[in-house]
Design a protein around this ligand. Structure first.
Ligand code: TK8
Length: 344
């Protein structure tokens, strides 16, 4: 566990310094390395044309380049290998090699990940990058090792916003009675019930149909996902609330990863870091276009005022207190300390 952490930190550092040189040298060096031809199944929940899909494609190409074509990654979009939770279990059992998904769905495996689901922690993406790539994010990722998973890097899912088919949400009372799909995670359930909605935990793969059939009225996700998953076809109202900064985590099956050579692991670690940098840049650029796109598709969009967001912070305090009382107090303090370091 300790070793892996230092490997992750070291490769992250090396990749940052050596990235351009490595890209040129990799195909030559690959032949002298201990690399076996392998097929790596990489599952994800969003569509191939989403920011997630583009980053998986980037990872596929990096792995091929860096291994002289030996490490063949095949991406499986649209949860075709299963929902986030199903894929996590397939990785643990060794039936699937890699995936990317929300950290929020990992709480059944490592409870501590719930700290990232608490609302209004991060003010911007730069704070998030520093915390996720720094010792705090790495410490949480390392906790997966005992559970049969390897947490390689964090990608950006993004700040989450609300959509629904009933009415514009201008104040928190407008959420009253709205059946709102949330991720399968107790913090989200407490948070949205606290706002007066009826929180319905559901896997992402079931979400579109649930909205289409009226099983739920709304959901919350970053604008990039609302666009790429075509939620505008079944949702009229978008409320920019940015209530949670949501990361994705790239995972490998530990059982599989442990059977790889050092050279193979190094390639995977470095390709993962490169994919992280690509994905964040790409997602941030894409999200700038999304609002105009969604407006054009007929969504009615409003932004929550600072005063209203302040009220929501107050309303969510019981959920925060519950997390702290439930053994999360130290973790939350530590995270807030890390954020403050970046802030000043
Ligand atoms: C995709 C999910 C998605 C997440 C959610 O598999 O479930 O709402 O935001 O990105 O991980």
């Amino acid at each position: 566990m300790k070793l892996l952490r230092s490997v992750l930190l070291a490769t992250g550092l090396a990749a940052a310094i050596l990235a351009p040189a490595a890209a040129i040298l990799a195909p030559v060096a690959a032949s002298a390395q201990d690399i076996k031809p392998r097929l790596i199944r990489f599952g994800y929940g969003l569509s191939e044309s989403s920011n997630q899909g583009r980053a998986v494609k980037f990872f596929v190409e990096e792995m091929s380049k860096r291994s002289g074509g030996k490490l063949k990654v095949k991406g499986f979009a649209d949860a075709s290998l299963g929902s986030d939770i199903q894929m996590q279990n397939a990785l643990i059992g060794g039936a699937q090699e890699m995936m990317v998904g929300s950290t929020a769905t990992l709480v059944g495996i490592v409870k501590d990940f719930a700290v990232f689901d608490l609302p209004f922690l991060f003010n911007n993406e730069q704070e998030a990058d520093a915390v996720f790539d720094g010792p705090f994010g790495q410490k949480l990722a390392a906790k997966l090792n005992d559970k049969g998973l390897v947490g390689l890097v964090y990608w950006e899912n993004g700040f989450r916003n609300l959509t629904n088919s009933k009415r514009p949400v201008e104040k928190v009372e407008d959420l009253k009675g709205i059946k709102l799909r949330v991720m399968q995670n107790p913090v989200y359930i407490d948070m949205f019930n606290g706002f007066g909605a009826n929180a319905v935990p559901l896997s992402f793969s079931e979400l579109f149909t649930a909205m289409e059939t009226g099983t739920v009225d709304g959901q919350e996700n970053p604008v990039t996902t609302i666009q790429s998953s075509k939620f505008y076809e079944v949702q009229k109202y978008l409320t920019i609330s940015k209530h949670v900064y949501s990361p994705w985590i790239v995972l490998a099956s530990k059982r599989w990863y442990d059977g790889l050579s050092n050279d193979e692991r190094k390639i995977i670690n470095e390709a993962a870091v490169a994919s992280r940098d690509f994905e964040r840049k790409d997602s941030r650029e894409a999200s700038k276009q999304s609002i105009a796109y969604l407006k054009d598709k007929g969504m009615q969009i409003n932004e929550l005022s600072d005063a209203e967001l302040g009220r929501m912070r107050e309303m969510v305090k019981p959920a925060m207190d519950k997390f702290a009382a439930d053994g999360g107090a130290d973790l939350l303090n530590e995270l807030q300390g890390e954020i403050n370091k970046v802030r000043k």
